[in-house]
Design a binder for this molecule. Structure first.
Ligand code: APR
Ligand code: ZN
Length: 338
């Protein structure tokens, strides 16, 4: 039976209040308007960014960011303003007739969603959804931070702060780019074996040292500091520590972790004055619509692996369990299947 033009009733995970668990409820999903697509969700990853109520990247192809060769944060995206609505200022979701907000203009914790055409790509039909869903966010964010945003060169030295799903993807990106030394930094030593499996040459726990971690990293790099450091946690103190860890003159530090909202950083201008570069990276610097189908083909072609990042696969209605695993640090990535 065709559902074209009709409302679809389906299950969705909704949070009614900040810091409350998801409730699985039946919602109504309106038909798509012009330039929108209604899609059935097959799989979705659970990311720290969801916790930060931030994610995704879109590509309309028309705005100044999309048209610039180095731009990738489309102005259509909800990330800058975060209205919780579609680009036209409305939502396609209702619960008992009342409007339910969308998330990052995509909303994937639902059996059906409606997205703007700028948020949809066609990928290889043979690709397994429960794996390649990570390319829609976490993997590409971490991997691209090394490949595109830092442009890590062969033989260079790198430090990755935070060895969660995104940080491990950054480690993979550094390795793929040919870095000779990749130092993983995490306060949870349980993350170290997998980081080494993914390419980290050594791992350090800041809690094991009396001196600041940037000094530890200088010690590990003959007093030079790393060529590239990445903050993949989302904390202001580690953002500054990562900056201070890179070479004082030509080092580059990349902020990948989503900064806590309404936070500010105080740092010595001397850190930058001596020549360091400090930059941010969103969705790994990829232009999403161009890059995602290509990354899926690269995965299918064996250019990188995703399996080690997926520690749990859960049915969609176990979504709260997925977030518990994330908060407790027991999972790298949980994938929800529908
Ligand atoms: N110093 C070092 N490591 C830390 C610290 C700290 N002060 N605090 C937390 N960590 C480690 C955690 O132990 C964990 O292994 O950082 C890691 C973060 O990993 P996850 O929580 O799994 O987060 P992830 O999904 O990888 O996302 C990381 O990238 O895209 C963003 O929104 C995302 O800000 C988030 C970041
Ligand atoms: Zn755009």
């Amino acid at each position: 039976m065709s559902t074209a033009g009709k409302v679809i009733k389906c299950k969705a995970a909704v949070v009614w209040e900040v810091n409350k668990p998801f409730s699985i409820v039946e919602i109504e999903v309106a038909p798509p308007k012009a330039h929108e697509v209604r899609i059935k969700i097959l799989a979705s990853g659970v990311c720290r960014s969801d916790e930060h109520v931030l994610s995704g990247a879109l590509q309309c192809g028309e705005c100044s960011a999309c048209k610039h060769p180095r731009g990738n944060l489309c102005k259509m995206s909800d990330l800058g303003v975060s209205t919780g609505l579609m680009p036209d200022g409305t939502s396609r979701f209702t619960y008992k007739g009342q409007q339910v907000h969308t998330f990052a203009s995509t909303s994937t914790f639902t059996e059906y969603t409606v997205v703007h055409e700028s948020s949809v790509v066609k990928i290889d039909a043979a690709a397994p959804p429960e794996k390649v869903c990570l390319i829609g966010c976490g993997f590409s964010t971490g991997y691209g931070a090394a490949i595109n945003s830092a442009k890590v060169e062969p033989g260079s030295t790198c430090a990755v702060f935070g060895l969660g799903g995104v940080g491990l993807s950054t480690v993979m990106g550094c390795k793929a780019a040919g870095a000779s030394q990749i130092i993983g930094v995490d306060i949870n030593k349980d993350k170290f074996p997998k980081a080494k499996e993914m390419g980290a040459t050594e791992c350090v726990n800041p809690l094991d040292f009396k001196k600041p971690i940037n000094e530890v990293l200088f010690d590990l790099t003959d007093g030079e500091g790393v060529d590239y450091s990445f903050e993949v946690i989302g904390r202001t103190d580690t953002m500054t520590a990562a900056l201070a860890s890179c070479h004082m003159n030509y080092g580059t530090s990349v902020i990948v972790g989503v900064p806590p909202s309404a936070s500010e950083i105080t740092f010595s201008p001397a850190l930058i004055f001596t020549g360091r570069t400090w930059k941010g990276s969103i969705f790994g610097g990829w232009k999403s619509k161009d890059a995602v189908p290509k990354l899926v083909s690269d995965y299918m072609g064996g250019k990188f692996v995703l399996d080690p990042l997926i520690t749990h696969t859960l049915p969609f209605d176990k979504i709260n369990k997925g977030f518990e695993l994330l908060r407790s640090g027991k999972s790298i990535r949980s994938v929800l299947v529908f």
